[in-house]
Write a protein that binds this ligand. Structure first.
Ligand code: NDP
Length: 444
């Protein structure tokens, strides 16, 4: 067995109970083969793969809070500080009942490479809690966020670790967490990103991940002498990423025909009415099934199914492992041209390989959704400068970063003889920068 296979086998054995983490490691490591094989002895001597796969530290803590009936409830909080070789730890906080150490490690590992791809000085981390925000009152959300931050604040700071939003953590939750941090630590600093505009947030951060996904998709099409104008787009999810992906897709002249949530999905042949989705999701915090009240001609279906709809572009923007092999087959059978991931690891490895084997342009989340963290990086820069840039300035920088990432991953794939394989390109480009820094820092 070669070095790469040996490390994969060891990780599989050691973390057999962490399937999402193993999936992420396999996906990244397999595509590093061309780089590792060129200099195997060196990487082995440096134990680069063993080091890069092990988080710097993993923090787990109790989160007690009091519900509206006066009962004490307890959740488990996490912060996995994965790698700070190229900058302070940076990565979101996920609030969802499915959160566990495996998911935190997978996300922190992916984040390390994604942050490297942005070209900004940010290390990789992820945090979260198995708390379910659905159906909780505003007071319960505040009680939870304050308790969560009471413990987390010991481990983060503007120059050490800067968390952000993710599934279940939006502007409201970031606000409560920031308030608690400020109160306990007595510091007004850029310790979180995704903040409100009145206290250090950046314009265009809300839109950044979805807009960035479309800037990347647009560059992909442009470089293939094609455009987004008139294309049919299928989107999953109806959260932050999905909504702003749909908005920018429409601005590029494409027609978005589906959106979903964890209970069902809507198909609107006339094109999704985004103002309706925003009202349902951002204002009422309701279910996507309510969309039919706004557009009676649209179809609502329970369960999953967006990938069965004929489209040119598929943008998975909900969660991990939501695009499976049968979905990939349905997309290919319907003539899809491109799949660009808005969510983190939404496509299984099997489905990814099927799409690539059938000539679909596939851009992985670590590149395609990097606009969110990149703009968080811009928020950190503004906080350090104590300045606020205009929407247009931030948006222009975001666009430049996404175009740059596309060319970096495209060039890395070409350099190693895998033209058009953006998975290999993204993993190699992200890996090389982190590894160069790790080697420069010595055995640490
Ligand atoms: P939100 O919480 O705003 O939205 C998530 C959406 O996905 C909701 O529509 C939700 O439906 C749906 N969803 C969540 N879990 C499931 C599930 N298990 N099955 C089906 N649907 C599900 O999150 P974001 O939009 O912020 O994040 C979406 C994805 O993008 C995640 O993978 C996240 O890690 C990734 N991402 C987010 C970034 C950001 O800036 N926000 C940056 C980079 C990546 P419901 O409301 O019913 O739960």
């Amino acid at each position: 067995m070669g070095y790469l296979e040996t490390v994969i086998a060891d990780v599989n054995k050691k973390y057999a109970h962490q399937p999402e983490f193993l999936q992420a490691v396999k996906e990244v490591f397999e595509s590093l083969e061309p780089v590792i094989s060129k200099n195997e002895e060196f990487y082995k001597k440096e134990a680069i793969l063993e080091r890069i796969v092990e988080p710097d530290r993993q923090i787990m803590f109790r989160v007690p809070w009091v519900d509206d009936e006066g009962n004490v409830r307890v959740n488990t909080g996490y912060r996995v500080q994965f790698n700070n070789s190229i900058g302070p730890y940076k990565g979101g906080i996920r609030l969802h009942p499915s959160v566990n150490l495996s998911i935190m490690k997978f996300l922190g590992f992916e984040q390390t490479f994604k942050n490297s791809l942005t070209g900004l000085p940010m290390g990789g981390a992820k945090g979260g809690c198995d708390f379910d925000p659905k159906g909780k009152s505003d007071r319960e959300i505040m009680a939870f966020c304050q308790s969560f931050m009471t413990e987390l604040c010991k481990y983060i700071g503007a120059d050490t670790d800067v968390p952000a939003g993710d599934i279940g953590t939006g502007a409201r939750e970031i606000g409560y967490m920031f308030g608690q941090y400020k109160r306990i630590r007595g510091l007004f600093e850029g310790v979180l990103t995704g903040k409100g505009l009145s206290y250090g947030g950046s314009l265009a951060r809300t839109e950044a991940t979805g807009y960035g996904l479309l800037y990347m998709t647009n560059e992909l099409f442009r470089c293939h002498n094609n455009t987004l104008e008139g294309k049919t787009v299928v989107i999953s999810g109806s959260g932050n990423v999905a909504i702003y992906a749909a908005e920018k897709a429409q601005q590029f002249g494409a027609k978005v025909v589906t959106m979903s949530d964890s209970t069902g999905w809507v198909y609107d042949k006339d094109g999704i009415d985004l103002s309706a989705v925003k009202e349902i999701k951002e204002v009422k915090r309701g279910r996507i099934s309510e969309y039919k009240n706004y557009r009676p001609t649209a179809e609502y279906h329970e369960g999953r199914g967006v990938w069965t709809v004929k489209c040119d572009i598929a943008l998975p923007c909900a969660t991990q492992n939501e695009l499976l092999i049968d979905d990939a087959k349905a997309l290919v059978a319907n003539g899809v041209t491109a799949v660009c991931e808005g969510a983190n690891m939404p496509t299984t490895i099997e489905a990814t390989k099927y799409l690539q084997a059938n000539g679909v342009w596939f851009v992985p989340g670590k590149a395609a959704n990097a606009g969110g963290v990149a703009t968080s990086g811009l928020e950190m820069s503004q906080n350090s400068e104590r300045l606020s840039w205009t929407f247009e300035e931030v948006d222009a920088k975001l666009q430049g970063i996404m175009v740059n990432i596309y060319h970096n991953i495209d060039n890395a794939a070409k350099k190693y003889g895998f033209e058009g394989n953006y998975v290999i390109g993204a993993n190699i480009a992200g890996f090389e920068k982190v590894v160069n820094a790790m080697i420069a820092h010595g055995a640490c």
